[in-house]
Write a protein that binds this ligand. Structure first.
Ligand SMILES: *[C@@H]1O[C@H](CO)[C@@H](O)[C@H](O)[C@H]1NC(C)=O
Ligand SMILES: *[C@@H]1O[C@H](CO)[C@@H](O)[C@H](O)[C@H]1NC(C)=O
Length: 407
C-alpha cells in the first residue's frame, strides 16, 4: 500500500483486508454518486484529464501486473495538468488497484480450494497443484502409447482411424479431442532414436514427448508420467490411453465417455481379472504375488491395458501422488491397484475390447459399433501395421459420425 493511501486508511479504524477493500469500493461509489447528484459529471472540465489519467494508470498496470509481488509501492502516475480531482482520484484508485490484485489472488486460491474439496481430490494448500496453463476445456485426450520401433504402426494409424494435419487440429478445436502419440526419450538423449522422432514430429506434429526414459521402468512409470503430463497440458474431462496396435472408433469412444461425464471419478474399460502368476519365468509373472492372498488367486478387476479411460479427477490423483503409487509387474494391474481403494466407479464396457473381423463387423451390424478392436492372443491387432487397414475397412464407424456428434 502506498504512503498516500495509508493516510486515507488511517481515518477508518483498522480492519481486515476484506472489509477495508469494501470500504474503498464504497468510497469510490460514493465519490461517483456524489458527482452524479451534484451534476458535476456534465460540467466538470477535468473529466478528460481523469480519463487520460485512468488510461495511463491502466496501461501502467498491465505492464506491472505480470509480477504482482514487484508492484511498485511508490509509483504514482501523473498527467501534467495537475488538477485536484485527478490526484484525488489517484489516491483512491491506487490502493484500490492493490486491493483488486489481492482479491484476485484470494479468489483464485479459494477457487482452487473449492475445486479440490468439491471433487474430493487430495489437493492441500501445500501440495503442488498441477494446473493447465490454458483456460480452454477439452473433452478427451487420447494418448497413443508408442515406441521407437513402431514407425510403421504409427503410419498405419495415421492412415486409418486418426485424422491428420488440419483435420486433427479442427478436431481439437471444435470437438475438444486431442490425439497424440506418446513417447519418452532414449537412454542416450539426442541420439539417433530421438532425432528420428523429432523429424517425424516436424512432419506430423502429433507427438507428446514425456520426461521418461523408454525401456526403463517401462510399464507403469510411463503411465504415470503420461497422465501427469497430459493433465498439466490439457484441461479435459477424460484421459485415454491406447496402444499403437489397436483400432479405435473415435466417435463411438466419445459417445461412450460422454454417457459417463456426470460421474466425477470413473474408470472405464474392459474389466478383467486374470490369475496372479507366482511362477518365475512365465509371462506376466508377479513377483509380489503373495500380496494377493493364496496362490492361485486372481487380481481385483482392472481395465485391460489396450484401451481405457479415466476421468479428470483420477488423472489428477495420479499426477499428484505419482511418487507414492506402487508399480506392479503389469501396467494395467498397477492402474487398477491405484483405484481399488478409492471411491471410483468401475465401468465395464465390452465395446472397449472387440475382436478383429468378423467379430467387430458382426457387432456393428447388430447395432453395437466397437470403440476398440484387437486380437487377445497378440494383445493388439496381430501384425497390425498391415492388418489394421482391413480392420478399418470392415469395422469403422460412419464417415461423418465424428463430425455430427456432439460431446
Ligand atoms: C507401450 O507399448 C509398448 C509396446 O509398444 C509396451 O511394451 C508397453 O508396455 C506399453 N506401455 C504402456 C504404459 O502401456
Ligand atoms: C504381415 O502381413 C503382411 C501382409 O498380409 C505379410 O506380408 C507379412 O509377412 C506379415 N508379417 C508377419 C510378421 O506376419
Amino acid at each position: 500500500m502506498s504512503a498516500k493511501s495509508r493516510g486515507t486508511a488511517a481515518e477508518s479504524t483498522p480492519r481486515s483486508g476484506m472489509s477495508r477493500s469494501l470500504s474503498f469500493f464504497l468510497y469510490l461509489c460514493c465519490f461517483f454518486a456524489g458527482m452524479f447528484f451534484t451534476n458535476r459529471m456534465w460540467t466538470m472540465p477535468s473529466l478528460d484529464g481523469i480519463e487520460r489519467n485512468l488510461d495511463a494508470k491502466f496501461k501502467h498496470e498491465t505492464v506491472v501486473s505480470e509480477d504482482h509481488d514487484s508492484y511498485p509501492k511508490k509509483a504514482v502516475v501523473r498527467t501534467d495538468d495537475g488538477l485536484e480531482e485527478t490526484s484525488e482520484l489517484t489516491n483512491v484508485i491506487e490502493p484500490l488497484d492493490q486491493t483488486i490484485l489481492d482479491l484476485e489472488r484470494k479468489l483464485a486460491a479459494a477457487r482452487a480450494q473449492q475445486e479440490a474439496t468439491s471433487t474430493g481430490s487430495p489437493l492441500s494448500g501445500s501440495s503442488k497443484i498441477v494446473r493447465s496453463t490454458s483456460k480452454h476445456k477439452y473433452f478427451m485426450v487420447v494418448g497413443i502409447n508408442t515406441s521407437f520401433r513402431s514407425r510403421k504402426r504409427r503410419d498405419s494409424i495415421r492412415a486409418t482411424w486418426m485424422p491428420e494435419g488440419e483435420t486433427r487440429k479442427k478436431l481439437e478445436k471444435e470437438k475438444g479431442i486431442v490425439l497424440r502419440f506418446v513417447i519418452g526419450h532414449s537412454a542416450s538423449p539426442g541420439g539417433i532414436l530421438d532425432k528420428a522422432i523429432e523429424a517425424e514430429d516436424m512432419m506430423h506434429g502429433d507427438f507428446l514427448r514425456l520426461e521418461h526414459v523408454e525401456g526403463y521402468h517401462e510399464l507403469s512409470g510411463k503411465t504415470k508420467t503420461y497422465f501427469a503430463t497430459a493433465v498439466s497440458l490439457w484441461d479435459a474431462e477424460f484421459y485415454v490411453k491406447v496402444d499403437d496396435d489397436i483400432h479405435v472408433n473415435l466417435a463411438t469412444l466419445g459417445m461412450i465417455l460422454s454417457s459417463h461425464r456426470r460421474k466425477s471419478r470413473v474408470y472405464i474399460g474392459c474389466m478383467k481379472s486374470g490369475p496372479v502368476l507366482a511362477q518365475k519365468g512365465v509371462r506376466y509373472h508377479e513377483p509380489e504375488y503373495w500380496k494377493f492372498g493364496a496362490v492361485g488367486n486372481r487380481y481385483f478387476r482392472h481395465a485391460t491395458g489396450q484401451l481405457y479411460a479415466i476421468s479428470k479427477d483420477l488423472a489428477t490423483y495420479i499426477s499428484v501422488n505419482q511418487n507414492l503409487l506402487h508399480k506392479y509387474a503389469n501396467e494395467d494391474v498397477s492402474l487398477g491397484s491405484w483405484f481399488i481403494g478409492l471411491d471410483v466407479e468401475h465401468v465395464h464396457d465390452r465395446r472397449f475390447c472387440c475382436g478383429t473381423p468378423p467379430d467387430c463387423e458382426y457387432r456393428a451390424q447388430a447395432g453395437s459399433t466397437c470403440a476398440a478392436s484387437f486380437d487377445w492372443r497378440c494383445s493388439g491387432i496381430c501384425n497390425s501395421s498391415f492388418r489394421i487397414m482391413e480392420v478399418h475397412e470392415r469395422c469403422k464407424e460412419g464417415e461423418d459420425a465424428l463430425w455430427s456428434s456432439s460431446f
